[in-house]
Design a protein around this ligand. Structure first.
Ligand code: AKG
Ligand code: FE2
Length: 285
């Protein structure tokens, strides 16, 4: 279950910022594991691990401003255990009515991109589940509990400071009944970021923090400004266990601990996974 404060804040804003969930040695281990994947020579990556768009020539890898390292959560146990971390496990259980399925866990790596092109419309690329084919995505409250069928938990491995850029959200937009007007935000002089506007909030998590959003929350990304630091985070996606199909490759699933294998599995409505009765969940093997 969520705390009353978490429930209240998530309900009115559509997001939660959970500070200091992972600290000390555990955080260092996760950061090192992420770097091992990011800086691994392409020929030495374990089977199943590669950045999206890996069909580009090797010389180009590592130079792209934003790279999605697929299945990053499964690269190391220090990352895999984040999928059911005690700081998010009670939330995940409440938000999926105790029927969670872990969909994917991508490691994202973003560097400053001096070549970023101006965007004429929709600077920061605002989007949410309501726009397009996932218009039926749900956010509901029943019996004093919140239910969502499309959840994203971002786990930050590096710091974001005010002024750095990164994720922006429109608080409360998870309940919007109207389409977002195309010209909601106005491009700034560079034409890259929007002009500052009180309608959006730039979230600035530190390494070890989780951000939790309903995919119904309208969100986007400001240009990453620091030239000497990257933005590294895991994108952990969840849905109810009885919706959608498992899309993780079998070679990735085979690496996971039994508890995580149960979390990624589909199951019928009403089935309660063993891990639901564990708090905290400890990964065996
Ligand atoms: O880069 C980010 O912080 C947000 C990523 C995002 O919105 C997405 O993966 O859908
Ligand atoms: Fe998104």
């Amino acid at each position: 279950m969520m705390t009353p404060e978490q429930r209240y804040l998530f309900d009115i804003t559509g997001y939660l910022h959970i500070e200091g969930a992972v600290t000390g040695e555990a955080l260092k281990k996760a950061q090192k594991a992420a770097e091992r994947y990011i800086y691994c020579h392409p020929d030495e990556r374990p089977p199943g691990f590669k950045p999206r768009g890996d069909d580009l020539p090797v010389e180009d890898l590592g130079n792209r401003p934003l790279i999605r390292y697929q299945h990053g959560f499964a690269f190391d146990k220090s990352l895999e255990s984040l999928t059911m971390h005690p700081a998010i496990w009670p939330l995940l259980k409440e938000l999926t009515a105790d029927m969670p399925r872990f969909v994917s866990g991508t490691l994202s790596y973003e560097q400053h991109n001096p070549d970023r092109q101006p965007i004429e419309k929709n600077p920061a690329g605002l989007h949410c589940a309501r726009e397009g084919r996932y218009w039926y995505t749900r956010y509901q409250v029943k019996d004093g509990r919140i239910f969502c069928n499309d959840l994203v938990f971002f786990f930050y491995l590096t710091d974001v400071n005010p002024g750095d850029g990164g994720l922006i959200v429109i608080p409360g937009s998870h309940k919007s009944a109207f389409e977002r007007p195309d010209e909601l935000l106005i491009p700034n002089a560079d034409g890259i970021d929007p002009e500052p506007d009180p309608v959006f909030t730039n979230l600035t998590p530190k390494a070890g923090d989780f951000l939790c959003i309903s995919e119904l929350l309208t969100h986007g990304v400001l240009q990453w400004k620091p030239e000497d630091r990257s933005r590294q985070f895991l994108i952990l996606r969840y849905r109810p266990q009885y919706e959608g199909k498992v899309s993780l490759p079998q070679e990735i699933i085979n690496r996971l601990s039994p508890e995580t294998q149960e979390l990624v599995a589909s199951a019928s409505y009403g089935h309660i996974k063993d891990i639901i009765n564990q708090d905290p969940v400890t990964l065996t093997a």
